[in-house]
Ligand binder design. Structure first.
Ligand code: SAH
Ligand code: SF4
Ligand code: F3S
Length: 450
């Protein structure tokens, strides 16, 4: 649906764009694709809103805090828009999809609201606003995203994210994603392979396949295609060195897939497989579709077949009805599994989800305390695990200058550790061996070795 209303006249040629993105990797990739399209349309990307003719926010709705941040950024643009009414302000992505028309009501200086499936038409939508001087609402749910990657704006030549499926059919009771991203749609293996091949021809060494629920890749495609089939096909591509995939859902993670990963040389030894809670009772209310013992067994199986595999998780604290005893079970699971790292979130009710009907009965103070407790616990575990690598040689894909020390390089191991090491920029884009001599909970430090 594209609807127009309200007036704003402007003949100026808008050719600079400021773009800020919030939310998950999927959103970041959509931002990259959008910027690719805009660049192809003649836009120059600028770093400051004051220099921009078009200001776009790619938004997230997963927690209230994410939305508040965008609304506050938008509010701050009111004065700029008064001074320069010809500037086009747009809201894209998940919050645009969720709030739609309501965004214009709350922020009348917004010109464009473009949902999760319409960004491929951005240049045309912006032109529409310029030519007709009216608000544009584009939140069609049936539109199928199909962006030619060849035009994509890519910040790192050696690594790329590739969307292999969009949407999510899981409907975990707390989660807004299925409502804003729609039903699962997988791209065909041929389509993904073609994109990866063109990235590899362009110098890309490592790809990360993206899907909200990537283990159910292939559902709906003819011939019973699975993620294992896709990984096997990509593993054969000459020139590609590493393959990663996120995010794994425990209920859809088959043992068959673990076996496939164990025999594919390019698939990295890293799983992001959120547990969300260590309490069966909470997992059931979250509608996650697995028990703690099922999760535990899955990790044991993966570790048995892929000895150096690292597992990362997400946890939500303060889900409705979470008692101290439930929380202690989460603590126990964390202590037992010893994740590489974890993202911890305080439960945030999302209107329209199943859990929004439950009383948000854990106080913010308790949520905060539980959050802190898990963060501290994980920090200690990450530090201990990282220290075990001191004295070892690890393989790193050199990504570029380190952000904290530009005289050094940074990169990642196959298990997804961040490594900072000495070396000249000539090494960027190469797989190198690094001897680790120091470790914090977040970073390994080392020197190049043979
Ligand atoms: N598709 C991924 C990620 C979804 S969103 C997955 O299924 O794992 C990323 C994380 O945000 C989730 O793993 C969950 O831990 C958290 N999250 C989602 N909805 C939330 C909510 N309403 N409140 C707090 N955290 C939430
Ligand atoms: Fe949300 Fe669950 Fe889907 Fe992940 S699997 S996006 S948490 S509904
Ligand atoms: Fe947020 Fe949308 Fe990603 S709600 S987590 S940006 S799919």
């Amino acid at each position: 649906m594209i609807t127009t209303s309200h007036n704003l006249n402007n003949d100026t040629l808008c050719k600079t764009v400021f773009f800020e993105t919030f939310g998950c990797q999927m959103n970041k990739l959509d931002a990259e694709l959008s910027l690719g399209l805009l660049q192809e349309d003649g836009y120059k990307i600028v770093d400051a809103v004051d220099e921009a003719d078009v200001i776009l926010f790619n938004t997230c709705s997963v927690r209230q805090h994410a939305e508040d941040k965008v609304y506050s950024h938008l509010g701050a643009l009111k004065t700029l828009k008064k001074k320069r009414p010809e500037v086009i302000v747009g809201v894209l992505g998940c919050m645009a999809q969720k709030d739609g028309e309501a965004i214009f009501k709350r922020m009348p200086h917004v010109d464009l609201v473009c949902g999760t499936r319409m960004f491929s038409r951005l240049p045309e939508l912006i032109l529409n606003i310029r030519n007709h001087g009216s608000h544009v609402l584009a939140i069609d749910e049936d539109h199928i995203v199909n962006v030619k990657r060849a035009v994509a704006y890519r910040p790192n030549r050696y690594q790329a994210f590739v969307t292999v499926m969009r949407g999510c059919d899981n409907y975990c009771s707390y989660c807004i994603v299925p409502y804003v991203r729609g039903r699962e749609i997988s791209r065909t293996i041929a389509d993904v392979k073609e994109e990866v091949q063109s990235l590899v021809s362009n110098g890309c060494k490592e790809i990360t396949l993206l899907g909200q629920n990537i283990n159910s890749y292939g559902k709906g495609l003819p011939g019973g295609v699975t993620l294992g089939d896709l990984l096997s096909e990509l593993d054969d591509l000459a020139g590609l060195e590493r393959i990663r995939f996120v995010t794994s859902h425990p209920a859809d993670m088959s043992r068959d897939l673990i076996r496939t990963i164990s025999r594919l040389g390019k698939v990295c030894e890293h799983l992001h497989m959120p547990a969300q809670s260590g309490s069966d009772q909470i997992l059931a209310r979250m509608r996650r579709g697995y028990s703690v013992s099922y999760y535990r067994d899955l990790i044991s199986y993966a570790r048995e077949l892929i000895p150096h595999i690292m597992v990362a998780s997400d946890f939500i604290v303060g889900f409705p009805g979470e008692t101290d005893a439930d929380f202690q079970e989460t603590v126990r699971l964390m202590e037992e599994i010893r994740f590489q790292n974890c993202f911890i979130f305080k439960y945030s009710p999302r209107t329209g989800t199943k859990a929004a009907g439950l009383k948000d009965d854990v106080s913010d103070e308790i949520k905060r305390a539980r959050n802190m407790k898990l963060l501290e616990l994980q920090k200690g575990i990450s530090l201990e695990e990282n220290k075990k690598l001191i004295g070892r040689v690890v393989q790193v894909l050199a990504e570029g200058a380190s952000k904290s020390d530009t005289n050094k390089l940074s990169g990642r191991t196959r298990q997804n550790h961040i490594v900072v090491f000495n070396g000249s920029l000539d090494f960027v884009g190469r797989l190198v061996n690094v001897l680790i001599h120091e470790a914090t909970d977040l970073t390994l430090f080392g020197t190049l070795t043979r």
